[in-house]
Ligand binder design. Structure first.
Ligand code: NAD
Ligand code: KPL
Length: 302
């Protein structure tokens, strides 16, 4: 049984593909009001290449009593630990939790909230967005790396992902993947918010990108993540080029008045630098500017 917490973009993308492969799925929705809304909708809808497909997947609230052996955590980083704490009493000893959160920091928070479980981390380049409640558009095919820094042994349920057509690989260095993605997000996302621009327009700010990338490379090396630092600047330029017409996820969140994951991206990077007593003036100035920008718009910064 796949218990999936969060019927947002990625939760829906995973739940619908697992369910249509014939695998047992239970959604865990926030509360009885949301469950009622879901029952009214009659299930989840996934839209692929303009074609909607409906999936009447079973759902429950966190206070249901069914034990959980495998949990896919598909909420934002800032909700992850609270969500898992709510379910801690249902997690059987040795349960697996697959964490889809972007950035770093939430994985440790979840591990503290559920010490009886094995936490398996994911880093995904798939893209999905919510068109309406319980309706999600599969916007970008990508790949998901999955790994466990404490245990190199892959779980047997990777076969389910294969069956469901979810492109993935077991990564022996998932932390390196997560750090690399965090560095890309730190170089690109905050600037798109402050300049109010699409990713591609950052090509007009090469000097700023170079300063930030140099500091991110220093940070990665100091944190023992030299592999994640290799060729970072070229990769930043490649991602900007490949996603030139897109607004970054942080830009989308901020412009739509939604809370961002800043604390798990640039905030995490600045904290790590502080822990290592590493002065990174450009990154710290960017962080301060972004905090001011979000605060001025009434958005939380934690
Ligand atoms: P989302 O906001 O679309 O969905 C999160 C869902 O979790 C929401 O429906 C919310 O109500 C639910 N939720 C939160 N707390 C809950 C709780 N306690 N109980 C039940 N439900 C709860 O977010 P998303 O876009 O799917 O992103 C999830 C994570 O995946 C983020 O860390 C994001 O950065 C990462 N990610 C997203 C994408 C994407 O394309 N959307 C791609 C890569 C990575
Ligand atoms: O992951 C991204 C995001 O928008 O969050 C990209 C496209 C890589 C930009 O940082």
């Amino acid at each position: 049984m796949w218990h999936i917490l969060g019927a947002g973009s990625l939760g829906t993308l995973w739940a619908t593909r697992l369910a249509r492969a014939g695998l047992p799925v239970q959604l865990i929705l926030r509360d009885s009001t949301r469950l009622h809304g879901y029952q009214q909708a009659g299930g989840l809808t996934l839209i692929e290449q303009g074609q909607p497909q409906h999936y009447p997947i079973a759902a429950q609230t966190p206070d249901h009593r069914q034990p959980i052996q495998r949990l896919l955590l598909a909420c934002k980083a800032y909700d992850a630990a609270t969500a898992v704490a709510q379910l801690a009493h249902r997690l059987v000893p040795g349960a697996d939790i697959l964490l889809l959160q972007n950035g770093l920091g939430s994985q440790d928070e979840v591990a503290r909230a559920a010490p009886q479980a094995r936490c398996i981390f994911a880093s995904s380049t798939e893209g999905a967005f919510r068109q309406a409640d319980f309706q999600v558009v599969f916007a970008g095919h990508g790949h998901t790396w999955i790994g466990d820094p404490l245990n190199m042994q892959p779980p047997d349920w990777l076969a389910d992902l294969h069956q469901a057509g979810i492109a993935h690989d077991w990564s022996l260095d998932i932390l390196s993947r997560l750090w690399r993605k965090l560095a890309l997000n730190c170089a690109i996302n905050p600037l798109t918010v402050l300049q109010d621009c699409r990713n591609g327009q950052l090509r007009e700010h090469p000097a700023q990108l170079a300063c930030l990338t140099d500091e991110l490379v220093e940070l990665l090396q100091r944190c023992g993540q030299s592999n994640a630092a290799e060729g970072l600047y070229d990769d930043v330029l490649r991602v900007i080029q490949a996603t030139a017409m897109n607004y970054s996820s942080m830009h989308q969140d901020a412009s739509q008045g939604r809370r961002t994951e800043i604390a798990y991206l640039l905030g995490y990077a600045c904290q790590a630098a502080q822990r290592h007593q590493l002065p990174l003036p450009h990154l710290q100035a960017l962080h301060a500017q972004l905090l001011n920008h979000l605060t001025a718009r009434g958005l939380p910064c934690h």
